[in-house]
Ligand binder design. Structure first.
Ligand code: SF4
Length: 70
């Protein structure tokens, strides 16, 4: 969807990666970027790192995102 004038709609502010039902946070020792891992469990991306971001209140652009609690 886009707004009049061809501007893309802004990302919904409540689509936080941390609130995604497919996110699994865990500890994996030996990772180059540190032991805290944020893994995706969506069937399409299962086992890969979540694309995030995990910075303050920035929403994710991930099209697979779904809210917790469904
Ligand atoms: S990659 Fe997308 S679907 Fe997977 S946990 Fe992150 S936001 Fe959710």
């Amino acid at each position: 969807m886009s707004r009049a004038g061809g501007q893309p709609d802004p990302l919904p502010p409540d689509r936080l990666a941390i609130e995604c039902r497919y996110l699994r946070r865990t500890i994996i020792s030996g990772r180059i970027d540190g032991p805290v891992a944020t893994l995706c469990q969506h069937p399409v991306r299962d086992g890969f790192d979540c694309i995030g971001p995990f910075i303050e209140d920035l929403p994710t652009a991930c099209l697979l995102w779904e809210p917790k609690g469904r």
